[in-house]
Design a binder for this molecule. Structure first.
Ligand code: GLY
Length: 358
């Protein structure tokens, strides 16, 4: 199957390459955008045993010198401490500004390494190599990098676009089902935003998604790239990518991050669609169709948290603007709108989104 290339236009343009077997060609693909140098490959304890050797050998075969930093897998590693350890390691290995970081892994690895790249020597180039579907269609594209602090997730970070994104779809074969489904939620989000065609694939279920994975990732990345091109620094239309996220983040917080991000976004999309129907914004029947698509891909569509608990979580959303919050609400599947409400109305909207309110 041929490789697809999506071009991202931003303060620095770059390509996202999506295809099978790309990891074996890492060295060649990196050499197309950067001359041989020292490369720090950053990965976690789940991904490194699977792919580090392939990536390292491919880079070295093309004349790159490599060093590797592996941290314990999991969100609990996305901290200033681990980032500091990456920076110390790279300084001790004498990387310079003309050297390179490679983020090999899922969202935690990409966000952490990207932020380390934004900070090291005041900024060096980095390559994203997402190995999860979620990272491939969301965090590896668009230049948002971050770590978590005790006050909240992703509260410290920088915009730093990668030099290239190399997405080897073969890596998804080793993902546990629940992790693959987690990524499906973000793709469904792109479908609800503007791609009925993408939703058709997801309506057929996960086997159809897997059979068309290159196209699914490429379509998702293209949609994200369009938002990034129009609003790289997230002051306007990029907030459409927040569909399902205000309530989704509230669920994540309420569950003390024991529920996965995509799963929470799926519930958040369903709830905001149901609230939209009740408010007369969303075409009747949209929520039912969305629930069917999520369930076909083993995603949850409801949660047991009280309105009060969810409200507390939603009020700490970093997308709040003073006393208002911009909600993204589907008008129908494939078209959404911004609905800015005073935060006092959020409780009512969450209540309308609950299953019991239909
Ligand atoms: N994950 C949403 C964004 O990149 O804006």
């Amino acid at each position: 199957m041929s490789t697809k290339t999506i071009h991202v236009t931003a303060s620095r343009d770059y390509d996202v390459l999506i295809g099978s077997g790309l990891m074996n060609d890492t060295g060649k693909l990196v050499k197309e955008v950067h001359e041989p140098c020292k490369v720090a490959i950053v990965s976690d304890s789940n991904v490194a045993p699977l792919y580090m050797k392939t990536v390292r050998e491919s880079l070295e075969a093309e004349g790159f010198e490599t060093v590797q930093f592996v941290f314990p897998a999991g969100e609990s590693s996305k901290t200033l401490d681990v980032m500091g350890a990456v920076l110390n390691f790279c300084a001790s290995k004498r990387l310079t500004r003309t050297d390179l970081f490679v983020a090999l892994g899922g969202g935690v690895t990409g966000d952490l390494t990207g932020f380390a790249a934004a900070s090291f020597l005041r900024g060096i180039d980095y390559i994203q190599m997402p190995t999860s579907l979620l990272a491939a269609v969301d965090s590896s594209v668009g230049g948002k990098t971050a770590v978590d602090i005790p006050a909240g997730k992703n509260l410290v970070g920088a915009f730093k676009q990668p030099l290239r994104v190399i997405c080897d779809i073969d890596a998804f074969e080793t993902l546990p089902d629940v992790v693959f489904h987690d990524g499906c939620a973000e793709c469904i989000k792109y479908g609800v935003l503007e791609s009925p065609r993408l939703l058709e694939v997801f309506s057929e279920g996960t086997e159809a998604v897997k059979a068309n994975i290159t196209e699914v990732v490429a379509e998702s990345v293209q949609i994200k790239a369009n938002y990034v091109a129009n609003d790289e620094f997230d002051t306007g239309v990029r907030r459409y990518l927040n569909l399902g996220h205000t309530i989704g983040h509230a669920i994540e917080r309420s569950a003390k991050y024991r529920l996965m991000h995509g799963h929470c976004v799926a519930i958040g999309m369903v709830m905001i669609s149901r609230a939209g129907e009740a408010l007369g914004i969303t075409e009747a029947g949209t929520t039912e169709k969305l629930i069917a698509i999520c369930e076909k891909n083993s995603l949850p569509v409801s949660c047991d948290f009280s309105t009060k608990t969810l409200l507390d979580g939603a009020l700490s959303d970093k997308k709040r603007m003073g006393g208002n919050i911009a909600l993204i609400i589907p008008e129908r599947l494939g078209k959404c709108m911004t609905h800015t409400v005073p935060v006092e109305e959020l409780e009512h909207i969450i209540e309308l989104g609950k299953e019991t309110s239909v």
